[in-house]
Structure formats: structure tokens, C-alpha cells
Design a protein around this ligand. Structure first.
Ligand SMILES: Cc1ncc(COP(=O)(O)O)c(C=O)c1O
Length: 384
């Protein structure tokens, strides 16, 4: 496939890529939605788009949130974005100034670190454990900053099916986090890209839905549930924050950054097939998660551990004491399997874990990938 970002190498099961399996992309439905957008859609798809995005799509997203999160959202509290990556960049431009302190949980989504670094802010880390972001450490950091006459401007977090660890922030920590943010005038950016991909029960309420108004900007995306190449997502915040976000210079100049795709997504959602698609994806990815987890249980050596995630795309494997994932990687690739070493998702070099994505391959290949990883670990340990 030409022109795509991530191309699997021959002979390697790439458990690196956290993106939808191309075989699951809705080509026929999007072709139909494009035709509707151009011919019969209510939203004009080809002129410059309204800064906040097509009203039809904002209404359809509000309806989906009402149906799945039991929350009424006025249209003014939704802006259509060009996906979570661009939205996060735009939030940093609009809501921080170079030199501000920005907090990130660690480990975090590796490519979000690059987005933050583009903004010349001071990065500080807050650790994540099996219950998500550690709010006790966060409180300590916020207090220490206050004592020094400083404050953190913004916190970037993925509380639901986190990338890379798969963890979900516990209910008690969710409540404490929004309390702390409100008390310290800290703006939370909640990256909620995996909310719809829940495999056991229901996803916990978003931070945005439980926080005082204007405390949280929630970023949602259709990258994982429809197609990443469309570059369409949305932001939820207060009406004032949404207005400020959508008044970015480049949006004022070019209109909504994903206007054509957003119009196509509106037509697709209007067609009514989205809820059934999400259900199908849940059952596909649940089977993949289960296949990988079962094969890891069979093939990983004693001393390794992992927690089966309730949603999202990733299993985070903690390696036996003393092993480092970056050193293991070339050995694993010689065995025909690849992964993301922990160090890439950290700022402090910690490298005792690795991230496996189960979204790109069917169950049999995932099981083979786990077997290869087990063999690589065996030969790596033997050669030390
Ligand atoms: C946590 C997280 N945020 C954002 C993205 C990218 O989202 P988008 O395609 O909407 O920019 C990803 C994709 O891997 C992700 O895992």
C-alpha cells in the first residue's frame, strides 16, 4: 500500500501499530456517504466550512453522546476537529503559552509527547499505575508548584483504556482528579479516543461529564471506529472554550480543518449504520484481545505480567526483573515480531515493559506473535 504511514515489514508480525485493521475499514459505506455528501447531503461539502464544523455533524455527535453517555450536550459545546492529534496541537496553541508547565501521565501515548514538544512548554510527568493516573502524586506536584509560586496550566490524560497501558482510571480517582483540577485552575485535556471500543461492560463516565464546567476539554475521534484517514473528531468543552478553540487563526482562514470529511461522516452517521458498526468492532477486537491474552499466558516466561484491558487496542507487558524492552526488540524482530518498548512512552528511560497492539491482526496471527515473543524472551534471557 503506497502512501500510508505504517507498512508492516515482510516476515514480521508488527504488534507496534495501534490502528484499525485495514480489512475492517468501511470502504463501501464511505463511498456511499461521499456520494450523498456531494449530491444530496444537507451540508455543502465543498465550500469553506463553518469554523466549528458542520452543524449536522455536531447534532449527530450530540445525539450519540446522549444515547451512549446519557448526557445532553448543546451544539455550542461541540467543535468538529481534524482528529485528536490536530485537536491537541490546536488546544496547546490556544490554551498555553511557551514556558507554561504542562503535565503528562507516564507512560503516555508516545506521539502525544511529540505534539507537546512542538509547543516549547515545560513537561512534567505524573505516573500511571494499574488504576490509572496517580492522583496522590499529582496533588503533591500541584502543591509543590503552588509553593514555588507556579502552576501547571494543563494536564494531558487518557483515562479510559489508556495508550499504552490499557488501564482505566478508577471512579474514585476520576472524582479526585477533577476536584484537584478545579481547585488548582488546571485545564484537563481528556483524550477519549478509545471510549467506544469497550469489550467488558460499559466504559466509565468521562472526566468531562463529571467535572465542573470548563475544567475538562474532551477529545473524541472517529479514527478508531470509522477510519483514521478521514481525520475527523470533535472537542467538548464549555461554549466559551469551544468558541476560543474554533477561533484559531488557521481555522478562521481555512474553516473547519476537516470540513469535507466531516460532511461525509455526517452523511455516514445519518445512514444509521454506526451503532451496529461499533458493536461489530467491539466483538472483533474483543476476540483479538482474548486471543493475544491467552497466547501471552501460554508463552511468556515466569516473571512477566500483564493486565487484560477492558477496551482499547493495547496490552502492556511488564518484563521479568532486569530485562529491558529496547534491548529485547532486535532479538524479537529476528524472531519475527515487533512491539513498542516502554522507554518510548516515558521521559525517564524506564524500559521494563512493552506495548503490544492487537488491532491490526486476526486472532491466529496474534497468537503466533505471542509465541514468537515468548521464544525471543527465551533466547534473550539465555544469551545474557
Ligand atoms: C491516545 C491516542 N490519542 C490520539 C490518537 C490519534 O488520534 P487521531 O487519529 O484522531 O489523531 C491515538 C492513535 O493511536 C491514540 O492512541
Amino acid at each position: 500500500m503506497d502512501g500510508v504511514q505504517n507498512v508492516p515489514r515482510a516476515g514480521i508480525i508488527e504488534l507496534v501499530f495501534g490502528e484499525p485493521d485495514p480489512a475492517l475499514l468501511p470502504v463501501t459505506e464511505i463511498r456511499r456517504a461521499c456520494a450523498t455528501a456531494l449530491d444530496g447531503g444537507r451540508t455543502a461539502a465543498l465550500p469553506y466550512g463553518a469554523n466549528e464544523g458542520p452543524p449536522e455533524l455536531r447534532r449527530l455527535i450530540a445525539a450519540r453522546i446522549a444515547a451512549t453517555e446519557d448526557r445532553k450536550v448543546p451544539e455550542g459545546e461541540i467543535a468538529i476537529t481534524g482528529g485528536n492529534s490536530l485537536a491537541f496541537d490546536q488546544v496547546l496553541t490556544r490554551f498555553t503559552t511557551p514556558g507554561d508547565t504542562v503535565l503528562v501521565e507516564l507512560p503516555t501515548y508516545i506521539l502525544a509527547l511529540g505534539i507537546v514538544r512542538d509547543h516549547h512548554v515545560d513537561l512534567e510527568a505524573v505516573p500511571v499505575d494499574d488504576d490509572g493516573l496517580d492522583v496522590v502524586v499529582l496533588e503533591r506536584i500541584l502543591d509543590a508548584l503552588a509553593l514555588a509560586g507556579r502552576r501547571a496550566r494543563l494536564l494531558y490524560t487518557i483515562p479510559t483504556f489508556q495508550n499504552p497501558t490499557g488501564t482505566c482510571l478508577s471512579a474514585a480517582r476520576r472524582r479526585r482528579l477533577v476536584e484537584l483540577a478545579a481547585a488548582h485552575d488546571l485545564l484537563i485535556v481528556e483524550d477519549d479516543v478509545y471510549r467506544e471500543l469497550v469489550y467488558d461492560g460499559v466504559a466509565p463516565p468521562s472526566l468531562w461529564s463529571i467535572a465542573p464546567v470548563a475544567t475538562v476539554l474532551r477529545l473524541g475521534s472517529f479514527a478508531k471506529t470509522i477510519a483514521p484517514g478521514l481525520r475527523v473528531g470533535w472537542l467538548n468543552g464549555s461554549a466559551t472554550q469551544v468558541e476560543h478553540f474554533a477561533a484559531a487563526g488557521f481555522v478562521d482562514s481555512g474553516g473547519c480543518p476537516s470540513h469535507f470529511s466531516a460532511s461525509v461522516v455526517a452523511c455516514y452517521l445519518e445512514g444509521g449504520g454506526y451503532p451496529a458498526r461499533v458493536e461489530r468492532l467491539r466483538s472483533e477486537y474483543r476476540a483479538r484481545r482474548d486471543a493475544l491474552a491467552a497466547a501471552l499466558t501460554e508463552h511468556l516466561p515466569p516473571g512477566s505480567s500483564f493486565v487484560v484491558p477492558g477496551g482499547g487496542f493495547f496490552i502492556w507487558v511488564t518484563l521479568p526483573e532486569g530485562l529491558t524492552a529496547s534491548a529485547l526488540l532486535p532479538v524479537a524482530e529476528r524472531h519475527g515480531v515487533s512491539f513498542v518498548p516502554a522507554a518510548q512512552a516515558m521521559l525517564n528511560g524506564d524500559d521494563g515493559a512493552l506495548r503490544l497492539a492487537f488491532s491490526m491482526y486476526p486472532p491466529a496471527q496474534l497468537a503466533e506473535g505471542a509465541k514468537r515473543l515468548g521464544a525471543a524472551l527465551g533466547s534473550f534471557s539465555a544469551g545474557r
